[in-house]
Design a protein around this ligand. Structure first.
Ligand code: URA
Length: 249
């Protein structure tokens, strides 16, 4: 089974999940999107209002900031996979509860074991503590950590959550600085952000039934299941033109 097929199967299980009560108030599940073959996976906390409405992670204000930060390091959302610790929205965006995390994270684990990324960038303390339980975000943000997690060799890069950065100028500054360090952290480990597209949309999922450019841009795995949209497989585009590193920032 391809990564894409496995993620679709997982999205369908997430849609039907009743292991915690969050599904009752949620509009849509938010499994994650878009690249099933990503080398970099971002893990956030839980869907908010807009994510719940659309079934796509990070499409509200925090998502806009994430897109801006990705653009600063020349990474396209299509080249990464973005998901959350919780797949259904907690009421009023409250913090995830321990039993919800316990119920939901087997999905995250299966997503990661399917995608087998090289790098996981955690956004906020809940995502960080899933991989590194004892860590404090104020101490570990921006510091990469190599771990063997469930048999995968992962480089974990903890970062502040974009929503926290939107509330606090100091956190915003730290988050920007940490993002700008990502190329120099990962390129010596054999990952070149400028060539991510090679591993990219060969197996990208697009939702045929949506007209929103955001939804088209980020894929629509959750609602694709719901609306039974068609799978579209596009050939991988040519690699990005080489840009001198100094000019990126
Ligand atoms: N915050 C998150 O942690 N995840 C989202 O998908 C959106 C906002």
């Amino acid at each position: 089974m391809s990564n894409q097929e496995e993620l679709i199967r997982l999205a369908s299980e997430i849609k039907n999940c009743q292991k915690c009560p969050l599904y009752k108030a949620a509009t849509n599940p938010v499994p994650g999107a878009p690249n099933p073959n990503a080398e970099i996976v971002f893990v956030g906390e839980a869907p908010g209002y807009w994510e719940d409405q659309k079934g796509i992670p990070f499409v509200g204000a925090a998502g806009n900031l994430l897109d801006k930060l990705l653009a600063k390091i020349s990474v396209k959302r299509d080249d990464v996979f973005v998901c959350n610790i919780l797949k259904h929205r907690p009421p009023n965006n409250r913090a995830p509860m321990p039993d919800e995390i316990t119920a939901c994270t087997p999905f995250l684990k299966r997503q990661l074991l399917t995608i087998k990324p090289k790098v996981v960038i955690t956004l906020g303390r809940f995502a960080m503590n899933y991989f590194i339980p004892e860590a404090y975000i104020s101490q570990t943000h921006g510091h990469p950590m190599s771990v063997n997690w469930e048999g995968l060799d992962l480089l974990i890069i903890p970062m502040y959550h974009p929503a926290a950065a939107l509330r606090n100028g100091q956190v915003m500054k730290q988050l920007e600085e940490d993002f700008l360090k990502v190329p120099e952290i990962i390129e010596p480990r054999g990952l070149n952000l400028r060539y991510q597209s090679k591993r990219s949309v060969g197996a990208k999922i697009l939702n045929q039934k949506t007209n929103s450019s955001t939804e088209k841009a980020h894929g629509f795995l959750g609602s694709r299941i719901k609306t039974n949209g068609q799978l579209v497989v596009k050939p991988a585009p040519p690699p990005e033109p080489e840009i001198e590193q100094g000019k990126l920032f």
